[in-house]
Design a protein around this ligand. Structure first.
Ligand code: PMV
Length: 354
C-alpha cells in the first residue's frame, strides 16, 4: 500500500434504481444474462449506502455489520456477506477489512421499484471507492464505473445497469460491439433527444409479497419450453429498440416496450410451474392506457417489472395531460391511490460525508 493512502475511512454513494425496457429474464454461469437488456436509470428512487472501513492485515476473513434503515438486518447481512465473498477474486484486499454498512432506500419496499438494483449498485460503488482510497487506483478494468458495474452484476444482475445514468445496455449483442455480458455500458450517445426526458409514473397496484421471487423466475427459464424463441426474440427486439432510440421513433418504442412487458409475464405464465403476478387492476390500467393513447394520440406506454405495478413512460412534453389522466382515471385502480413520480436520471452520485 503506498504510504500516502489511508487504511481506514468512510465512503458513501447514492445509486438510483432502473427499469428495463428489454427485460433480462434467464441467466447462466456466474450471473451472466441469457439475453441483452436495456434500461432507463431513474432519478428519484435511490439507495444511499455509507461504508465505514478499516484495513487490518491481521484479519483474514472480512468482518461485516450491515444495517438497513438504522437497524441491523441479519438476512440482508448474510446476502451481503455472500456477495462480498463472491467478489473477492477481483478485490482480494476485502478479506483484510472490517466494515460497517449503513444502507437506506428513499422509496417503499413493495413499490415495484427494484431495490436490489439500487442497493447492490451503491454497495459496489462504495467498494470501488475503498479500493481507490487504499491503493490509489482501480485495478483490472477500464475505469471506475466499469468495475463497479461488474461487481454490482454479481450482487444482482440488473444492478449493473444502475451504475450509469440515462440509458444503458447489459449483455453482449451484435448491434453494439462495445456491449458485454460482465458489465453494462452507457449508451446515451445513441439516444435521440425525444427520449432524453422520459418520465416514469409508477402506479402501485399491490404491495403484497410476490408468490415467486425473481431468482426463482430466472431459474424457471432453464427448462422453459419457450426459452430458445424468447432469446431470439429478445435479440431482434433489442436491435429494433436501438434503432427506434437512435431515430426518435416513438411509435416503435411504444410497441416494443409494451410487447416486452407482456412477454415477461407471458413467460411466467408459460413456465413449468406457471404463475401470474398481474392483478385485475394491472389489466384494468393497461386497457385504459391503450384506449387513452388511441383516443388522444399521446406518446405514452406502460412497462412492468416482475410484479403487478405499472410503470407509465412518456416524454416530459405531455406530462400535464398524462398526470391528469392518472388522477382522473387510473388512481382508482391503485392500492390506497398511491403512485410515485420518477423520471430518467443522471445516475449515481458520490456523497460527501466528511
Ligand atoms: O436483477 P434481478 O436478478 O433482480 O432480475 C431482474 C429481472 C427484471 O427486473 C424482471 C428485468 C430486468 O431486466 O430488470
Amino acid at each position: 500500500m503506498p504510504e500516502s493512502v489511508k487504511n481506514s475511512g468512510k465512503v458513501a454513494w447514492r445509486c438510483p434504481s432502473n427499469i428495463a425496457l428489454i427485460k433480462y429474464w434467464g441467466k447462466h454461469g456466474d450471473q451472466l444474462p441469457n439475453n441483452a437488456s436495456i434500461s432507463i436509470t431513474l432519478q428519484n428512487a435511490f439507495t444511499e449506502t455509507i461504508v465505514t472501513f478499516e484495513f487490518d492485515e491481521s484479519i483474514n476473513n472480512i468482518e461485516v455489520i450491515f444495517e438497513f434503515g438504522q437497524q441491523r438486518n441479519e438476512s440482508f447481512e448474510s446476502r451481503v456477506n455472500r456477495f462480498l465473498l463472491r467478489i473477492q477474486p477481483q478485490m482480494p484486499f476485502l478479506r483484510h477489512l472490517r466494515i460497517n454498512i449503513e444502507s437506506k432506500n428513499n422509496f417503499p419496499h413493495s413499490a415495484g421499484i427494484a431495490s436490489s438494483a439500487s442497493g447492490f449498485g451503491s454497495l459496489a460503488l462504495c467498494i470501488c471507492s475503498i479500493e481507490e482510497l487504499l491503493f490509489g487506483q482501480i485495478s483490472g478494468f477500464l475505469d471506475f464505473r466499469q468495475k463497479a458495474s461488474y461487481l454490482a452484476r454479481i450482487g444482482s444482475g440488473s444492478a449493473c445497469r444502475s451504475i450509469y445514468g440515462g440509458f444503458s445496455i447489459w449483455g453482449q449483442n451484435s448491434t453494439l460491439p462495445e456491449s458485454s455480458d460482465v458489465y453494462a455500458v452507457d449508451i446515451n450517445h445513441h439516444i435521440h433527444p425525444v427520449f432524453q426526458d422520459i418520465q416514469d409514473s409508477i402506479l402501485l397496484v399491490s404491495s403484497e409479497k410476490k408468490q415467486v421471487s425473481s431468482s426463482d423466475g430466472h431459474a424457471l427459464m432453464e427448462h422453459h419450453a419457450y426459452a430458445r424463441i424468447r432469446y431470439q426474440l429478445a435479440e431482434s427486439k433489442l436491435q429494433e429498440l436501438i434503432t427506434a432510440l437512435q431515430t426518435g421513433d416513438m411509435e416503435q418504442f411504444i410497441l416494443i416496450t409494451e410487447s416486452e412487458a407482456v412477454s415477461l409475464h407471458a413467460l411466467m405464465m408459460l413456465s413449468e410451474s406457471n404463475y401470474i403476478l398481474l392483478k385485475p387492476n394491472t389489466l384494468a390500467i393497461i386497457e385504459k392506457v391503450q384506449r387513452f393513447r388511441a383516443e388522444h394520440k399521446l406518446p405514452m406506454c406502460f412497462t412492468l417489472d416482475a410484479g403487478p405495478n405499472i410503470h407509465l413512460l412518456y416524454p416530459e412534453s405531455v406530462r400535464e395531460e398524462v398526470q391528469n389522466f392518472i388522477n382522473d382515471e387510473l388512481l382508482q385502480h391503485c392500492e390506497h391511490k398511491q403512485w410515485i413520480h420518477d423520471r430518467i436520471g443522471k445516475g449515481p452520485v458520490k456523497l460527501d460525508i466528511a
